[in-house]
Structure formats: C-alpha cells, structure tokens
Design a protein around this ligand. Structure first.
Ligand code: SF4
Length: 490
C-alpha cells in the first residue's frame, strides 16, 4: 500500500481521491467505485467523510463514482481509513484512472447473460497491483455489460465488453456466452469471458508503448485509434496475447442497443426468486450524507447491505424480500426521495454549471431543478423523458442519447446578456441531436419544454413511443410548426 497524501492536481486531470482538483466552488474529490457497488461499511465511511470534510452531500457521477465538492482539511489518516475499507486505490499512482463501469444490475438482472462482477473485481485487482499503468490517460476507460435489461453500452467508454449469446448454428438449443469487444470501430471480435482481462492488459500496453513523454497531456487510446487505425492497434495488441485475437472476427455483430435505459427505477423482480431490487431517483445525482447513511441502514436491514450506483446518477438497493418492499418504499419517501421512473427528476441530468465550472454559460443545475418543479405542477408523465442540461458543448454530465438536450448560451436581450439555451431533440447523429430552437432565454424555457411535452402526449403514435422516437418521425420544420400550432391552440 503506498503512502496516502492529498495532492492538488496542477495539470488538467480527472479528479481522484489523491488528486483533488480545484474547481470554481472549491476542491473536488472523486472516489472510484469499481462496478458502482458499495457495501454498508463503505457507505457509512463516505457519509462521514462528506459530513466532516465536505458540505454534507455527495454526487453520484455518470461513471457511477462518488464525487464530493468543496472539501477541505483531509489528512493522510483519513485517506488511510478510506483505503482500509477498500474505497481508495492502494496504489495512489493509479487513483486517477477512470472507474470501471459495469451493469448496475450485475448478478441480479433476470435477463442478464453473465454476471460481470467477477470481471470488475479481477480488473480492479490488476490495476491495483501495476503502478506502470499510471502512464495511461485518466480517460482510459473500460466497461462490462452483462447483456441484461439494464444496458450500459451507450455510456462513453474506450473499451466495452458486451455479453452476447451465440448459437453454433440456428437449430442449436445450447448457446455460448461471449463478450463482444467494442474498441473504436471494431465491433466484431468475440472473446471468452476469461480472456477479457488479458485483452485490456494488451490494449493498455500498446498505449504505454506509444507514450510521448514530451506531451503534457497523456495520450488517449481513442486518439491513438484515430491516428493509427484499429487494425494496426489490434495487430500490436496481438503480440501481447497468448491466444489469437484476429481470428475471432464475426462479421454480423452490431453495436445497436435499446436506448430506453430507465427501466432500473422502481421495483423489479430479480433472477433470485422472491427478491426484488428498487431503483431510487436522486435529484441530479445528489445525496445528502444523512440520506446516504439511512439508505445504507435500509440496505443492511432489508437487503444484502449493498448500494449500487448507476451511471444515470441514481442508485439501487438489491436483494429485498418481496414482502418488505412496501416498507422500503415508505422509508425511501420518508427520506425525501422517490422511486417512480416517470417522475421528471428521474431522467434529468445536468453538468456542474457555472457555480462550479468556469466553462459554463449557465446555472445548469439550478435551472434544471427549477424546470423539474415547474413541469411537476403542469404535466404528469407516463413515460420517462430524458432531459439533459449542459453548460457547454463538452457534455460532461451525459454522453448517451437524450430526448431533449439544452445547451447553455448567453443571449443578448435589450443590450444585456441573459442566460438561455439552444434546444436539441431526438437522434444523436449530431452531437446533441437535432437543433429545434436556438437562443431560448431561461425565462422562456419552462413554457417551451412544457408545450413540447404536451404536444408529444397528444400526437405520439403509441403509448410507449419515447419523446425521442416521436420527434424522429418529423422533419425539424414540421416539428416546430406542430409544437407552435398545437401549443397556441391550448
Ligand atoms: S459540460 Fe462544460 S460547462 Fe458543464 S461541467 Fe463540463 S466543461 Fe463545465
């Protein structure tokens, strides 16, 4: 275990626990949670940590990490305590690497093909024992998707292993479970589960071989793939592998996935008979220390003692006997939280915004919460609508598909600058979808979004057609006309 001290990052790196990063509103610490699962001892340690050294709350990030803002006064003893409960890298040199992402329902999802938790554990143990990996870019990222109902394939990761079932021939009943490797444009390599770790190690090694020490920023895998090509990369990786990677090509595999990934909120039966998990909505990923403490108690008393953080900035309590579900629901509401997937806050995300980030044009979080309050009073949603606020085009909070994206901007009105948004909808062919409205001032945003949602509820083709699918059926001009005409008739 290396000696833990807190360093202030001087280069633009992602925050870690040992590489706290200065932001506009103070110092940020980020605790890596491999696979997003914390046990009750860890939950309590984090609640105490944020209470003593932060401002009494934590945020679940879009990599299922925990982030604490405005921290001060951390000592090396505190870091040692966190290391002892398994919350901090035992090797501080690799603390900056991105969290390993996995399906939050691993091992409990009734549709999953394989439990990815052992793979996460294996990779985390490997990282913890190899200081040479410190040369990797902090953005080097790996995800394991078990092929269940809650897919994380749309989340941004440089390496994705996605479980799929393959039959030897069409008539075969027996299916073999493989992982499809998604690396840049390469999507057609199948691996046995036990081969995944070696492949990550080989890919990391090629990255390290190509390091340029003269660069201030570390070389990113995705840039190396762009510069040299995936074929070149795979050939280089092959030299580090005891099995053939290049003979595994299956031309028919594709990368398409189901974008309706809000089916983790609310109550769901598990693969274990008689048990269910409950997905809890955290408003913009925020959890008060006291709520975290109480949810940890709830998980210990009624579940298996673990909390599962999701990359959609919510969390799950698993392994609850079905007979206890009503009580757990009451307790969640008593804590001021809720679990319904159709509540607007359940599918609302926002980046830090101008209170914490100098690049932001707008107060994204404050305005997102105000929009949620406004919509709650004026409309009842029966299908989740994903709304994403971003203070600049970097899109830190969310990289997947949104139904509606609001991109912050400053607009000149009566010779003064006011905050506002460009509004995008539907398909993600362009960075945020298709641009529907430009320069909508923040005063006009709530009414504009309400009008769009009301028209969608009237005009959707099927009850479960998502807002994004609905907008994709129209050309932009048609859609504007529809919203404006129907809206003015109301
Ligand atoms: S998306 Fe832009 S404004 Fe928002 S936190 Fe990231 S860099 Fe800052």
């Amino acid at each position: 275990m290396s000696c833990p001290t807190l360093q202030l990052a001087t280069l633009p790196v992602c925050p870690g626990l040992f590489y706290a990063t200065p932001a506009r509103d103070g110092i940020i610490s980020r605790i890596r949670i491999p696979g997003g699962i914390i046990n009750n001892e860890q939950g309590r340690a984090i609640a105490e940590f944020s209470e003593r050294f932060g401002e009494g709350y934590v945020h679940v990030t879009n990599r299922a990490n925990l982030q604490i803002r405005k921290i001060q006064g951390i000592t090396s003893e505190v870091l040692t305590t966190l290391q002892k409960v398994g919350l901090a890298a035992t090797l501080t040199e690799v603390d900056h690497l991105r969290n390993i992402m996995a399906s939050p329902t691993a091992g409990i999802d009734s549709l999953e093909l394989i439990d990815t938790r052992p793979l996460v554990k294996e990779l985390d143990a490997y990282i913890s024992g190899h200081p040479e990996l410190k040369g990797l870019s902090p953005k080097f990222s790996v995800a394991f998707d078990g092929g269940g109902a809650v897919s994380i394939c749309e989340q941004k990761n440089e390496i994705i292993f996605r479980a799929i079932a393959v039959s030897a021939d069409c008539a075969a009943v027996e299916r073999n479970i493989y992982f499809q490797l998604i690396l840049g444009d390469a999507t057609n390599i199948l691996l046995q589960p036990e081969e995944c770790l070696s492949v990550v190690v080989a890919i990391a090694q090629v990255c390290l071989d190509n390091l340029d020490q003269t660069l201030a920023r570390k070389l990113r895998l995705k840039h190396l793939l762009q510069d040299k090509g995936v074929e070149w990369y795979l050939q280089q990786a092959q030299s580090y592998l005891p099995f053939s990677l290049l003979k595994r090509l299956k031309p028919t595999l594709d990368k398409s996935i189901n974008p309706k990934n809000y089916n983790h909120l609310g109550v769901h039966p598990q693969q274990q008979p008689g048990l269910s998990y409950i997905g809890i909505v955290l408003p913009l990923g925020q959890l008060l220390s006291k709520q975290l403490q109480s949810l940890t108690d709830l998980a210990q008393n009624y579940g298996s003692g673990t909390l599962r953080l999701t990359p959609w900035q919510n969390l799950l309590i698993s392994d609850i006997p079905n007979s206890c579900i009503p009580y757990v629901k009451d307790e969640i509401e008593r804590l001021g939280l809720h679990y319904q997937a159709n509540q607007i806050q359940g599918s609302l995300v926002a980046c830090t915004g101008k209170t914490g980030c100098a690049s932001s044009a707008t107060d994204t979080k404050g305005q997102a919460l105000a929009l949620a309050e406004y919509l709650k009073k004026h409309i009842t949603l029966d299908v989740p609508v994903k709304i994403h606020f971003s203070g600049c085009p970097k899109s830190c909070a969310y990289h997947g598909r949104s139904d509606i994206t609001l991109l912050g901007t400053l607009i000149e009105k009566d010779k003064t600058l006011v905050e506002g948004y460009h509004i995008y909808v539907g398909d993600k062919e362009q960075a945020f979808g298709r641009e529907l409205y430009t320069n909508v001032s923040i005063a006009e945003v709530p009414h504009q979004i309400l009008q769009m949602l009301q028209v969608y509820q009237i005009k959707r083709a099927e009850l479960d057609e998502s807002f994004g699918e609905f907008t994709n059926r129209y050309a932009m001009q048609e859609l504007r006309q529809l919203f404006d005409e129907e809206g003015s008739n109301r």
